[in-house]
Design a binder for this molecule. Sequence first.
Ligand code: CA
Length: 224
Amino acid sequence: MHVLVVEDEKKLATLLRRVLMEERHTVDVANDGIAGFDLAGSDTYDLVILDLMLPGMDGIEILKEMREADIETPGLMLTARGSVEDRVTGLRSGADDYLVKPFAMAELLARVEALLRRRHHGLDSSQELVVGDLVLDLVRHEVKRSERIIELTAKEFALLEYLMRNAGQVLSRTQITDHVWRYDLDALSNVVDTYIHYLRDKIDRGFGKAMIKTVRGVGYKVDA
Ligand code: CA
């Protein structure tokens, strides 16, 4: 897929390009709003990831102009620690989704995939990850076990998604940290254990069978 990144923070722009390219997307980067709008206006992109605060033209202006020009490329808005007002403004301006910095790359990629899938296939069952009676819906950002909806935080969701994508495989703490906390500053050594504990509380407690398993000396896995 062809993705445009409009981000003036060069380090983040480079990181986004690298991570998206690893997922086999073709990526163009613009470091200011005007250049970003010019590229977005060419209407050849499957997705635009754009920062809210940009020199020249901000993310909201870019989206507004795009929508006025009937360019319906999905937009994923990035912004610094967002207030509720920012979120509302972002979504009203035509953004399809919204992510608050700093975010984990796993979370960004999940949103990107959801937006691309929505654009190209409409809603279908491939947007779900299923392991036993555990179902993770990538588009609705919803988790169910035995049809019971389980509320997860964004980080718990990203962790569970990573485990479920690799169901049956043991993942080391390092692998988990790299995928789920890559861009975050809060990746302390015991953060994985802490979040596994949170997830177990929500996913496994009260159900007959534990799905999140510890493999001693190695890491964790999800298994039906
Ligand atoms: Ca910025």
